[in-house]
Design a protein around this ligand. Structure first.
Ligand SMILES: [Zn+2]
Length: 411
């Protein structure tokens, strides 16, 4: 399949040699070509340039992109889109002032999502999740990471990861999987956290590794959930199976999780709503990507990750959705990018870099995703006619996507 996009008003994120990540001031720069073309062949970006220097491309399917912007599809490095059922009743209860405990008693919370998932067949879970995946693809996401963590039993955790793997086989979008057995302590282990950690280390991790169901290992490091010691134990254990750490830290409290994650060479540390000076210092000169999840802050009305401060301190930053039934029932990366500009004071250039090149880095896809570079996967967003790329986060409530190309094919 050959596809030629012509007369592109502006082609964003054009990099002949793309750096694997962008930090600090580098994030302000977004290289573009005006009045451009892109040629796609065998699912990869074969060539691009400006219209005055376009060679003879005949007999190919051609899309006229006059007035439109073309850019790399979003790289969403943090999601939980494989889950069963929704929790809109919990959302309404929260508006009506019910406490967390009261909501849990009525059937809310991670543990209750787990109960629902355990009772859902693998086939049903696949269909529910596929509908979400199709939606995010239409919204411009071309690569996504999916976590387990709503199973909390060996069988249910593996069911989630098998569903994620099957989605990867059936859809053109690139999917990376993460084992997040340490998401919450299941009811059966209430008051016996160490017993659950034993199960994770002695049964779940070996089985997940044996079936090659995950590339990454994650843990929710937070007061009332898992401690820094628990995190060190899980990450060390994961290393035995070559699972790379990506961790949930600093959502509500700073308890030393970032320093420990950096020590274990985590690929990313995610959430970061609460950051101390030391946390920022600990991330400097590391290979660990900080990942902010602004639509989670929006939905829960909690602070936003101090993205402006982190970038000004010279750090890189990635943006992701955290799509999940409890705290972020949205997988819209366009909204994430807009919210990062509106609430975290990122410039459009910084936000687009954070959601493309740095997002790709946070799921080990730097070589193939995140930029318009020859040889990279042809994952592209074609916008509707817009005045400029700054208009994309500015008009935050409008769907400005005309079409999406994933792996060289229109979705
Ligand atoms: Zn999450």
């Amino acid at each position: 399949m050959k596809l030629l996009l012509t007369h592109i008003k502006e082609l964003l994120q054009v990099r002949e040699n793309c750096p694997e990540k962008l930090s600090g001031k580098e994030m302000k720069e977004l290289p573009t070509l005006k009045n451009a073309w892109v040629f796609i062949h065998h699912g990869v970006i074969e060539d691009y340039g400006t219209m005055d220097k376009m060679g003879p491309h005949q007999g190919f399917k051609t899309l006229d992109c006059s007035g439109k912007i073309v850019m790399p599809a979003w790289c969403d490095s943090h999601s939980h889109i494989v889950y069963a059922g929704n929790r809109e009743q919990e959302f309404v209860d929260r508006i009506n002032g019910l406490s967390y405990q009261e909501i849990a008693e009525k059937g809310g919370g991670i543990v209750n999502s787990a109960k629902k998932l355990q009772q859902t067949s693998e086939e049903d879970l696949y269909h529910q999740s596929a509908a979400r995946l199709e939606e995010v693809m239409r919204l411009g996401t071309g690569a996504i990471e999916i976590k387990s963590g709503y199973g909390l039993t060996t069988e249910a955790e593996m069911k989630m990861l098998r569903v994620a793997k099957k989605l990867d086989e059936e859809y053109p979008i690139t999917i990376k999987t993460t084992f997040l057995g340490a998401h919450a302590i299941p009811t059966e282990y209430k008051g016996n956290k160490d017993g659950y950690l034993d199960l994770l280390c002695n049964e779940m991790l070996p089985k997940v590794a044996e079936e090659k169901l995950a590339e990454y290992v994650d843990i929710f490091c937070e007061e009332g959930y898992f401690s820094v010691d628990d995190m060190e134990r899980i990450l060390s254990e994961g290393k035995k199976y070559n699972l790379i750490p990506k961790v949930h830290v600093n959502q509500f409290n700073s308890i030393g999780g970032i320093a420990a994650a950096v020590k274990h060479n985590a690929l990313s540390v995610d959430h970061l709503e609460v950051m101390t000076e030391k946390d920022i210092e600990d991330l400097k000169d590391s290979d660990t990507m900080p990942v902010a999840l602004p639509s989670c802050s929006y939905f829960l009305s909690i602070p936003y990750a101090p993205g402006r401060k982190m970038i000004d301190a010279g750090l890189p930053l990635a943006l992701a959705t955290d799509y999940n039934p409890g705290s972020t029932p949205s997988g819209n990366m366009n909204f994430v990018v807009a919210t990062a500009c509106i609430k975290m004071r990122l410039t459009p250039e910084e936000a687009i870099n954070a959601a493309t090149i740095n997002g790709a880095y946070a799921m080990g896809l730097s070589k193939t995703h995140g930029s318009i570079t020859k040889g990279k996967t042809a994952n592209l967003i074609i916008t509707k006619p817009v005045p400029s790329y700054g208009y994309l986060p500015y008009a935050f409530g409008s769907n400005l996507i005309d079409s999406v190309i994933i792996n060289g094919k229109e979705v």
